[in-house]
Design a protein around this ligand. Structure first.
Ligand code: ZN
Length: 250
């Protein structure tokens, strides 16, 4: 509830009543700024002779006549509103162009030892897993509107399918200025499809294994603790028709 900044001065004896600008009787109550305890103006107020005079000049009328101050009408001395910067996105064409070249992608090469190549390609394309320079793999994070928020770039050992080296990020590699990172779940773009139950995996690799073993689910990966609050959000929205959690060990 907002605080009323201007209110009619309380009666504290005759000195708090003034001559009405209209009927000139001493029956006039002025508006007071509750922050400064000063009168708004000698003509902003209400005549107590409601029937006979009916003069009422409100703070709103006062500001409409005189212009609003930055710190104005009907507001407590409030903090300035924070500027909410929209999340940054990466060009979708860049993501789409990476969904190829799986024979130079250690993760894809490793998967084809367990699954037919055609199935591996299909799943990687469906989950927006791309190929990056040096046989690396990009796990794109795309939201339900198809906006590419970033991509996690990782290197794998194709024989063991274990991750090697450091994680890099698509938004670092593309060097976009003032990038406002807002991560989404890997696989989040599949949440538009509400006909399939959603399953949650720990990490992108497990989500892909989940998708290969259990294609009846749409898999998403929870990458970090700070994103786990979003699970509740999705749950509340009843997007999960079934909650299925598993950790697959390779
Ligand atoms: Zn009057």
């Amino acid at each position: 509830m907002s605080e009323i900044r201007y209110s009619l001065e309380k009666y504290k004896g005759r000195s708090t009543r003034y001559h009405c600008p209209k009927c000139h009787q001493r029956t006039f109550t002025r508006y007071v700024d509750t922050h400064t305890n000063k009168h708004l103006s000698d003509y902003a107020g209400r005549c107590n002779r409601v029937e006979k005079c009916a003069y009422h000049f409100t703070p709103k009328m006062y500001f409409e006549k005189n212009g609003y101050e930055p710190d104005d009408f009907n507001k407590p001395a409030s903090k300035p509103k924070p500027i909410i910067k929209p999340p940054s996105c990466i060009d979708k064409k860049l993501m789409q162009a990476s969904l190829t070249n799986y024979r130079q992608n250690n993760f894809a090469i490793g998967l084809t030892k367990y699954f037919p190549e055609r199935i591996v390609m299909e799943v990687l394309q469906r989950y927006y897993v791309g190929s990056a320079k040096g046989n690396k793999t990009i796990f794109w994070q795309v939201n339900r509107l198809g906006q590419v928020r970033t991509g996690k770039v990782m290197q794998y050992n194709s024989a063991t399918l274990k991750r090697v080296g450091y994680i890099n990020w698509a938004h670092h590699i593309t060097k976009q200025k003032n990038f406002n990172l807002k991560q989404v779940f890997f696989g989040a773009h599949l949440l538009v499809d509400k006909t399939r139950a959603v399953a949650i995996a720990e990490g992108e690799k497990n989500a892909i294994f989940g998708a290969l073993y259990y294609p009846q689910y749409n898999w998403i990966a929870v990458g970090s603790i700070e994103m786990s609050h979003e699970i509740n959000f999705y749950n509340n929205r009843s997007i999960f028709s079934e909650f299925h959690r598993m950790q697959l060990k390779v």
